[in-house]
Unconditional design. Structure first.
Lengths: 53, 410
């Protein structure tokens, strides 16, 4: 999916800065927000939030 | 001792209108959320059209009144001045004073506050040296009593020699300033407890004046000055203005509550989880900022080290410090504006309030109202308000440019 941060934020219902902070690792989202992001992107939790080795 | 009653009533009214305007504007922003079309929140199109018209009318009236208040409620000038100088020879023989009193009349033509400057100084003594004068240099005690034509006392004080001024409200009419001379302790106590203090205070004063040791036979020529100058605040409509402002605020509040209840609940400001956390931290930092600055203010106040301002002003600055910390922290971390708020409108409105405050501050500086007795007045708060609101504008502008850069890179 070719979504901008703003588009993803609008879909999830948060601010663009929150999405930016999550991507940078400056903020750890709650499980509810994680699930909302996964639903918006059509992915699973493991695919998006699994910490890479 | 100097008494300076509240000045610049029109400025208070002006600020009241500005606050009303800001409050209504915030409600308009809340109720007219026009956030991104993809937002889940419904905007204020649900609000009935006539509510929007009503709010628009109220906004316009408040803005016009705010802008015109400086003209409508302009301070009325009071140019009454009475300035009199004279000499009086007082003789003490065998402990008896002659004459026992003297008096002088003056007239004020308008109701209002008047600066009454009065002094009586033995001839040969510089009026500026009174504070260093020893009690023994004045062989008798003078009591001044200012009465109106009905004999009602408006002001009274007593001393050996004095150079002071005070502010008193006087109605238009004729007044008499009578100077009573005392060389006898018991006579003074009887007069004092009857006319201007309690029995205990009268005895304390008599002890302080120490008649037994300082009354001496002889002749003294006293130089007198009585100056009565209008202070400029004689607007008898001031109470009516404040009552009117109170009624206006009450009515507008009722309207806002009614409109707010009719508005959809999902149009209230909402923040995402990260913003809530940031705002919580902001409140915490603001709270501790207020605590620390208040503690510092208390220390300075109790050590009599106030940096050229009254203590009430210093404590108010502590509150502003906390507000500043909260607002700046939230604004910098993108948690000041809710998801469904149009930040541009709010920034514009708050910037206008900041500009209004800056204009009022500059006006006060030009009119010389910033300092009184070498201390900052409450007019200084206009500058602080301006800095608070305008700093928010600057922070938002910086963040906007940073966000625009990030979005372009994204």
């Amino acid at each position: 999916m070719d979504l901008s941060q703003q588009d993803l934020a609008d879909k999830v219902g948060v601010s663009r800065q929150t999405i930016n902070a999550i991507e940078k690792g400056d903020y750890n989202p709650t499980i509810n927000l994680c699930r909302a992001i996964c639903k918006a992107l059509g992915k699973t939790l493991d695919e998006i939030f699994w910490e890479e080795e | 001792m100097n008494y300076y009653p509240a000045k610049n009533v029109h400025q208070k009214i002006f600020m009241t209108f500005c606050k009303i305007y800001l409050t209504i504007s915030k409600v308009c922003c809340i109720l007219s959320t026009t956030g991104n079309k993809h937002k889940r929140r419904k905007d204020a199109k649900n609000m009935k059209q006539h509510h929007k018209v009503l709010l628009g009318i109220i906004l316009s009236i408040c803005l016009v009144l705010a802008l015109l208040s400086g003209v409508i409620f302009k301070d009325k000038e009071n140019n009454n001045t009475s300035d009199q100088y004279w000499k009086q020879t007082i003789t003490i023989e065998n402990g008896k004073v002659s004459p026992e009193s003297s008096s002088i009349d003056f007239r004020v033509t308008e109701d209002g506050n008047y600066n009454i400057a009065y002094s009586w100084v033995p001839e040969g003594t510089n009026v500026d040296d009174i504070v260093n004068m020893d009690r023994s240099e004045s062989t008798f005690i003078t009591v001044i009593k200012i009465t109106d034509k009905d004999g009602v006392t408006k002001f009274s004080t007593s001393a050996g020699a004095v150079n002071l001024n005070t502010i008193n409200y006087l109605e238009a009419g004729d007044y008499t300033a009578t100077y009573y001379y005392f060389t006898d302790r018991d006579t003074f106590v009887e007069y004092a407890k009857k006319h201007f203090c309690s029995e205990d205070e009268a005895y304390d004063l008599a002890d302080f004046f120490d008649f037994e040791n300082y009354v001496k036979d002889g002749t003294t020529v006293m130089n007198y000055n009585l100056s009565v100058t209008g202070e400029g605040i004689a607007n008898s409509g001031s109470p009516l203005i404040m009552i009117g402002a109170f009624i206006a605020i009450f009515v507008i509040t009722i309207i806002l509550v009614i409109v707010g209840k009719k508005a959809k609940t999902d149009s209230l400001p909402e923040f995402d989880e990260r913003q809530e956390i940031i705002r919580g931290k902001g409140f915490k930092y603001g709270f501790f900022t207020i605590l620390i600055s208040l503690a510092l203010a208390l220390l300075l106040d109790s050590a009599n080290m106030l940096p050229m301002m009254h203590s009430s002003l210093l404590y108010t600055l502590s509150i502003f410090a906390g507000l500043f910390v909260f607002a700046e922290y939230c604004a910098w971390n993108e948690a000041y504006f809710a998801l469904n708020q149009n930040s541009n409108y709010i920034v514009i409105y708050t910037s206008l309030i900041g500009v209004f405050n800056l204009i009022i501050f500059v006006m006060n500086v030009i009119r010389g109202n910033l300092f009184e007795d070498g201390k900052l007045t409450v007019s200084f708060l206009n500058l602080i308000c301006a800095l608070l609101f305008l700093s928010l504008f600057v922070t938002c502008a910086i963040k906007k440019s940073i966000n625009a850069k990030e979005e372009s890179e994204d």
